[in-house]
Design a protein around this ligand. Structure first.
Ligand code: SF4
Length: 195
């Protein structure tokens, strides 16, 4: 923002963070962007029943330059990947991404060379939304979670400190191969799990 860089950590910067966070979360415009079946559920949140207008978000921008939220709704094909990246690059800063559905998040059941195995290979993702397809209520929940993230996001020196703390936490995390298994596969061998 400019001003945020000038303020030292303290009550003035915290107050600014609260005001900026509130204004940002209450003025999000999604980009018009649907890729597959998940997009039908995304469109449903704009209907009166789900009422996305409660959040001032009913205006899906037809140009990325007037959008700051990309809801990646559906599988991303290799052919579409450069287009997704271009639309993201053209969106206004700061901007956020919700990966809607298992296909966008990981390729889902399309484990093949034609589908990008997770949209985070080409753009940064803020919220991963599971499901095939996620219900409109789940998308609304993801949007509310994103609002909370935006409201609590840091500015200036506080942002630098938060980034350093996150990096240290990631370095201290237990590697996946050293984690204890969450399922006892031995006891499932030979059992009919549908019985
Ligand atoms: S997650 Fe399911 S509904 Fe969504 S794009 Fe993939 S197949 Fe379609």
């Amino acid at each position: 923002m400019g001003l945020e860089e000038k303020l030292p950590a303290g009550i003035a910067l915290t107050t600014l963070e609260n005001v900026v966070g509130y204004m940002r979360k209450a003025s999000i415009w999604p980009a018009t962007f649907g890729l597959a079946c998940c997009a039908i559920e995304m469109m449903a949140v704009g209907t009166p029943y789900y009422d996305l207008a409660r959040f001032g978000m009913e205006r899906f921008a037809a140009t990325p330059r007037q959008a700051d939220l990309m809801i990646v709704a559906g599988r991303v094909s290799q052919k579409m990947a450069p287009v997704v990246r271009q639309v993201y690059d053209q969106m206004a800063n700061p901007k956020w991404v919700i990966s809607m559905g298992v296909c966008a998040s990981s390729g889902g059941m399309f484990n093949n060379y034609a589908i990008v195995q997770g949209v985070d290979h080409i753009i940064p993702v803020d919220i991963y939304l599971p499901g095939c397809p996620p219900r409109p209520e789940m998308l609304l929940n993801a949007i509310i979670e994103l609002h909370e993230q935006i409201q609590s996001s840091k500015l200036g020196v506080n942002r630098e400190a938060a980034a350093r703390a996150a990096e240290q936490a990631a370095l201290r995390a237990t590697p996946t191969e050293q984690m204890a298994p969450t399922h006892d596969h031995e006891s499932l061998v030979g059992r009919n799990l549908l019985a």
